[in-house]
Design a protein around this ligand. Structure first.
Ligand code: GLP
Length: 241
């Protein structure tokens, strides 16, 4: 595992964008695994700027997102589809037909998950998987559990996650209680995994995830076993490591 220490959120975002840009430049038809949350927003902003400057081309890129809330449709401003459109897709020359997320409107969880697994298999191993980290150590929406779930599955969100994500909704009651998420095996199959983390509130979980034992109780800890895992984090987030 490599750690890139940055000054602050902006510095983290620029350095993460550097790593993604390098993959896109070397492999214009790359597969990128993408994430939502506040952590990657700055990274996306930098990628958009580079596209506008003529340094990046998204026309042949395929993207597969980690997760989606069950029950939210694409026009719901809280859906991850909407987030991706607002924060990246609508600003660059990506082919919408090559951007994939689980289908939050599919009520049949088995159907939704197997359809997404099929998409992931067809896309093949991601060249790079971008990740944030939840306060309980979740990646995507792989919540603490007794085992590592391998492929796409439906999860019950923990109270901590619902609480943390309530800031994006007008009330806690509106936060969906379930989500579809890519599994740990799929995340681990990416050629490179890049995690972005910023702020003192992530310090404790980063220490637990990367200085403690590998356990499904802290899902991100599995990344200690990934052969090419890069953590780009600012000083506050690394303050306990
Ligand atoms: C959500 C997402 C995760 C993300 C996490 C942290 O739960 N499903 O993919 O990593 O939030 O979000 P933030 O970056 O806003 O702290």
């Amino acid at each position: 595992m490599r750690i890139i220490r940055t000054k602050d959120y902006e510095d983290m975002s620029r350095k993460a964008a550097n790593l993604i840009s390098a993959v896109m430049t070397m492999k214009p038809d790359c597969v990128l695994g993408l994430a939502t949350g506040s952590s990657p927003v700055g990274t996306y902003r930098h990628l958009i700027r580079r596209y506008e400057n003529g340094d990046l081309d998204f026309s042949r890129v395929t993207t597969v997102n980690l997760d989606e809330y069950k029950g939210l449709d694409r026009e719901n401003p809280q859906s991850y589809y909407y987030f991706m459109r607002e924060n990246l897709f609508s600003h660059v020359n990506i082919d919408p037909e090559r951007t994939f997320l689980p289908d939050g409107t599919e009520q049949d969880s088995e159907k939704a998950c197997s359809a997404y697994n099929e998409i992931l298999h067809r896309a093949g191993r991601a060249d790079l998987q971008l990740l944030g980290i939840g306060h309980d150590g979740h990646i995507g929406f792989n919540e603490p559990s007794d085992t590592f779930a391998k492929e796409t599955h439906c999860v019950d969100l923990t109270d901590m996650t619902i609480e943390a994500n309530a800031r994006f909704f007008s009330s806690r009651e509106e936060v969906p209680t379930q989500a579809y998420t890519m599994g740990i095996r799929t995340i681990m199959s990416a050629k490179r995994v890049l995690m972005v983390a910023s702020g003192a509130d992530k310090a404790k979980i980063l220490r637990e995830a990367f200085c403690g034992p590998v356990t499904p109780r802290v899902p991100a800890s599995i990344l200690q076993f990934h052969p090419d895992f890069v953590l780009v984090a600012d000083e506050s987030a690394l303050s306990e490591m």
